[in-house]
Ligand binder design. Structure first.
Ligand SMILES: [Zn+2]
Length: 484
C-alpha cells in the first residue's frame, strides 16, 4: 500500500473484497493510521479514539450498574507471577512481550492479561466473607505477540479492553456471574452497538488458560469468518489456590474463593461495528456511539455567509440542548465534498441549511443508513432523538438478519467443506467437546479448514446420531466455522 493516504472515497465494494474494503475504510474514514512502524500496532486517530471513548463509557456504566468498581493495575507483571498457575503460564508464555530490563532474576512482562497481577493483591485484600463478592475491573491496553497474520483492530498485538476480575464465596455465585457477563454482552454489544453474537461454550482444548470453562461471543463478519468478542471464564479455584486467595466463612472456616473474569475488547468490538454496519460509502456509526450524531452543513456564498453561519450556530445550540452531539462544518470545502466526508465517517444524520431552508423554516435532513432526504421543521428538531433510536434499531435488525440462513446442518464432511466455502456456519453432530473430541477437531481444522467453535451456551441442544467425523455416538451439537 502506498505510504500516502488517499483522501478520496472507497474504490472497492464491501461485498466483492471485504478485506480491502476494511483496510480502506479504516484509513479513509481516519479511524486508524496503519503507517506506524511496529508490526501489529496501529495509531488510533481522533475519530476512532472518540468512538472508543464512548464505547468504553457505555460498557463501564453497565459494569458499575452490575456492582463492579474500577481499579488501575501496573502494566508490568513479573515472571514469577505467571509461573504460579501452570496452565496459564503454558498458554500465555509464547505470546508474552518480555522487557530487557529485569528485576533481579525476575523477567518482566508487558501484561497479556492481568489475572496474575490482580490475584496476588486479592490475596492481601480478601480476609473474610464480608469482603465478598469482590468485583473489580480495569480499562487497560494489553500486549500479545500474536504469531498469526495481524489485522488492524481485529488481530493486533496491542489492544484496548476492559478486564473484570471477580471473587465469590461459592461456585454457584461465580456461575451466575458468568451468566451476568453474557447478559452484559447482550445489553451493550448487541442491544446498543447492534452486533449479533452466538454465545459459545468453547471445547475443553480451547478454553482460556487456567479456566474451568470459557464462554465466548462469536460474531460472524461479512467475509464469513468468526471474530471472538467478549469472553467470560469460570476460573473456579485454580487461581485462588495458586495465589492463596482465601476467606473465612461465617463459622470461621477457611476456603479458597471462586473466581470469574470477563474481557470485553473494545478496540476489537469497534472492528465488528465497522465491518457489520458499514457500506460501500464508508462507515455507518450507531447513533449511540457516534462522536457526532448530527453534522450541520451550512450552504452559503460570499454574500450570505455570515447570515447562514449565524443561523447554523443557533440550530447547533438548539440541538445540543436536547443532549445530542452535534457539530457545524463551516470550512471552505464545497458542500458536496463535506457530505461525502461525513458519510465516509458514518455520521447518522446530516442537516443542510441554506437560503431556501431558512426561508421555509425547515431543514433538509439526510439519514446515513437509508440515504434518504426529508424535510424537518426547525421547531421539530427535538425529534432527531427519537429518529436516532430508530436508526440504531434498524442497524440491529439488519445485523440480526445477516445470520439468518447462515447456519447449515451438515451430515457429511463434504457438506461441512461446502458450507465453509460458502462463508456459512456448519452445525454438526459431534462426539465430544472434552478431550476425546480433540482429534476430530484437528481433522476439521486440517482437512476442512475450519474450527470447532463450541456448543451453544444459552440453550442446551441435544445431539442425535453419530459424530460426522469419527462416527462415534455424538454427545454434542457443535458449530463449525472459520475464525480470525
Ligand atoms: Zn468425533
Amino acid at each position: 500500500m502506498s505510504k500516502k493516504q488517499n483522501k478520496e472515497g472507497l474504490n472497492v465494494k464491501k461485498q466483492e473484497n471485504f478485506s480491502e474494503w476494511y483496510t480502506q475504510v479504516l484509513e479513509k474514514a481516519e479511524v486508524v493510521d496503519l503507517r506506524y512502524n511496529v508490526k501489529g500496532f496501529e495509531v488510533i486517530r481522533p475519530w476512532g479514539a472518540m468512538i472508543i471513548e464512548i464505547m468504553f463509557k457505555l460498557y463501564e456504566e453497565e459494569l458499575k450498574k452490575q456492582g463492579h468498581k474500577p481499579v488501575i493495575f501496573p502494566t508490568l507483571i513479573p515472571e514469577e507471577n505467571f509461573k504460579k498457575e501452570s496452565s496459564h503460564v503454558k498458554g500465555f508464555t509464547p505470546e508474552v512481550f518480555w522487557l530487557q530490563k529485569t528485576q533481579g532474576d525476575n523477567k518482566l512482562a508487558l501484561r497479556p492479561t492481568s489475572e496474575t497481577a490482580f490475584y496476588q493483591m486479592y490475596a492481601l485484600w480478601i480476609r473474610s466473607h464480608r469482603d465478598l463478592p469482590l468485583k473489580l475491573y480495569q480499562r487497560a491496553n494489553i500486549f500479545r505477540y500474536d504469531t498469526k497474520a495481524t489485522r488492524p483492530l481485529i488481530r493486533a498485538r496491542e489492544f484496548h479492553w476492559i478486564e473484570a476480575h471477580n471473587c465469590f464465596a461459592t461456585k454457584k455465585q461465580a456461575e451466575s456471574q458468568v451468566q451476568e457477563d453474557i447478559g452484559m454482552t447482550e445489553t451493550i454489544m448487541h442491544q446498543k452497538f447492534g452486533i449479533y453474537f452466538l454465545a459459545m461454550k468453547r471445547p475443553k482444548w480451547d478454553k482460556f488458560a487456567g479456566a474451568e470453562y470459557t464462554i465466548c461471543s462469536d460474531v460472524l463478519m461479512p467475509d464469513g469468518k468468526f471474530i471472538q468478542q467478549p469472553s467470560t471464564h469460570l476460573l473456579g479455584q485454580h487461581f485462588s489456590k495458586a495465589f492463596n486467595v482465601k476467606f473465612k466463612d461465617e463459622s470461621g472456616k477457611e476456603d479458597y474463593v471462586w473466581q470469574t473474569c470477563y474481557g470485553p475488547g473494545i478496540s476489537r468490538m469497534l472492528a465488528s461495528v465497522i465491518s457489520v454496519h458499514g457500506d460501500d460509502d464508508g462507515l455507518i456509526m450507531p447513533f449511540c456511539i457516534s462522536p457526532v450524531q448530527v453534522i450541520i452543513i451550512p450552504i452559503f456564498n460570499k454574500e450570505n455567509k455570515n447570515k447562514i453561519l449565524k443561523e447554523a450556530e443557533k440550530i447547533n445550540e438548539k440541538i445540543k440542548s436536547f443532549g445530542l452531539k452535534t457539530e457545524i462544518d463551516a470550512g471552505e470545502k464545497r458542500p458536496g465534498e463535506k457530505y461525502h466526508e461525513w458519510e465516509l465517517k458514518g455520521v447518522p444524520f446530516r442537516l443542510e441549511i441554506g437560503e431556501r431552508e431558512l426561508k421555509e423554516k425547515k431543514l433538509t435532513l439526510f439519514t446515513r443508513d437509508t440515504k434518504t432526504k426529508e424535510n424537518i421543521q426547525i421547531k421539530n428538531l427535538s425529534e432527531i432523538k427519537k429518529l436516532g433510536q430508530e436508526f440504531d434499531e434498524r442497524l440491529k435488525i439488519k445485523a440480526d438478519k445477516f445470520i439468518k440462513g447462515k447456519i447449515i446442518n451438515c451430515e457429511t464432511k463434504q457438506k461441512i467443506k461446502d458450507t465453509i466455502k460458502n462463508k456459512k456456519i456448519a452445525r454438526i453432530n459431534f462426539c465430544s467437546v472434552d478431550r476425546h473430541g480433540e482429534k476430530c477437531a484437528e481433522f476439521i481444522e486440517k482437512e476442512l479448514g475450519a474450527e470447532v467453535r463450541g456448543v451453544l451456551a444459552n440453550k442446551r441442544e441435544k445431539a442425535k446420531g453419530k459424530c460426522v467425523i469419527c462416527g462415534k455416538t455424538a454427545k454434542e451439537i457443535v458449530y463449525v466455522g472459520r475464525g480470525y
